[in-house]
Design a protein around this ligand. Structure first.
Ligand code: GA4
Length: 349
């Protein structure tokens, strides 16, 4: 059964500053700011990131061209099970959003195969996407090295090494949110074949509330608003778009690696009535068979491990078996002694 998306809570939304970190600043100050932003928000904006504008615009233009195609053409690159072109369906368990997207694995062999269904000029597309992903990967590694230094982890590469491996399972996604009219102006909704959606609040949801399962996400968007993040106390903050910069999000696996010192950021995209939003995400993940557990530095007698070790494949399997907004990390939490005792009492014959 497909459960309608929940109403958007508008009351608990406030405008506060998003942490902005200048990557060109002095390193000791920089690593402290990165750790602080990861702890307080699990989210920040980076400026002076060093990614050439042309690398961003080339893949951005490919995205614009792809989504401008007729639906029948776009569908040749789908369905997204899990990779390829998807429209409104998110994941395998009935989650829906007001968007269309391209979801790709970052493996260059996969990209070169998939490109053939996406464009008439596969070489141009794959060059643009590979250059962008290479730049995003470098940015992730730089941030993870700053995190490791800021947390005083003995090997500053212990986090970035998880991403650098050639067998890595990182993903790339382009989301395209057409303007969705509110009640009374159905013609502006490009998804007008499903006009029922215009009559309730679900057409405000571009991409429902969730955290990203991976280590770190690098997000770029055009200058159209829509992204909101949730603070640790549950307030929703709109993120002003900025097409010159990147946004960084802590994913579930980084929460585990830091033994809960960082928390993955819950976020969502709401629809816009006037303009088309396009965003591109690089989701940085380790190879499927690699084990994830809190870094030894983050575990002490006073602060024992909160999570059981698991492989990235096991975590992904759990993620794909649940709904978008579900909290998958709970499945991997260590049962504390107290819980175990009460559990046993409950079930003793
Ligand atoms: C959220 C982050 C990424 O976009 C994604 C998503 C994936 C999908 O769209 O196929 C998931 C979602 C995301 C988390 C739970 C599962 C898997 C849809 C879904 C219901 C590509 C990812 O890695 O996890």
């Amino acid at each position: 059964m497909v459960v309608p998306s929940p109403m958007i809570r508008t009351k608990k939304t406030k405008a506060v500053g998003i942490p902005t970190i200048d990557l060109s600043m002095e390193r000791s100050e920089l690593r402290e700011q990165v750790v602080k932003a990861c702890e307080e928000y699990g989210f920040f904006k980076v400026v002076n990131h060093g990614v050439p504008r042309e690398v961003i615009s080339r893949i951005g233009e490919e995205g614009v061209q792809f989504f401008a195609k007729p639906t029948s053409e776009k569908c040749k690159a789908g369905p997204a099970t899990p990779f390829g072109y998807g429209c409104r369906n998110i994941g395998p368990n009935g989650d829906m959003g007001n968007l269309e997207y391209l979801l790709l694995h970052t493996n260059p062999v996969f990209i070169s195969e998939r490109c053939k269904t996406i464009t008439n000029d596969p070489t141009k597309f794959s060059c643009a996407v590979n250059d962008y992903m290479e730049a995003a990967k470098e940015l992730v590694c730089e941030i993870l090295e700053l995190v490791a230094e800021g947390l005083w982890v003995p090997n500053k590469f212990s986090l970035s090494n998880l991403i650098r491996d050639t067998q890595g399972d990182s993903l790339f996604r382009i989301n395209h949110y057409p303007p969705v009219s509110q009640k009374g102006n159905k013609n502006r909704n490009i998804f007008k074949d499903d006009s029922k959606e215009c009559d309730n609040n679900s057409n405000k949801i571009g991409f429902g509330e969730h955290s990203d399962p991976q280590i770190l996400t690098i997000l770029w968007s055009n200058n159209v608003s829509g992204l909101q993040i949730s603070t640790h106390d549950g307030l929703w903050i709109p993120v002003p778009p900025d097409s010159n910069e990147f946004f960084v999000m802590v994913g579930d696996v980084l929460e585990v690696l830091t033994n809960g010192r960082f928390r993955s950021v819950r976020h969502r995209a709401v629809t816009n009535t006037m303009n088309t939003r396009m965003s591109m995400m690089y989701f940085a993940a380790p190879p499927l068979n690699w084990w994830i557990a809190p870094l030894p530095k983050m575990v002490t007698a006073q602060n024992p491990s909160v999570y059981k070790p698991f492989t990235w494949a096991q975590y992904k399997q759990a993620a794909y078996s649940l709904r978008l907004g579900d909290s998958r990390l709970d499945l991997f939490k260590v049962q504390h002694q107290q819980h175990q005792d009460s559990h046993q009492e409950h079930h003793s014959p």
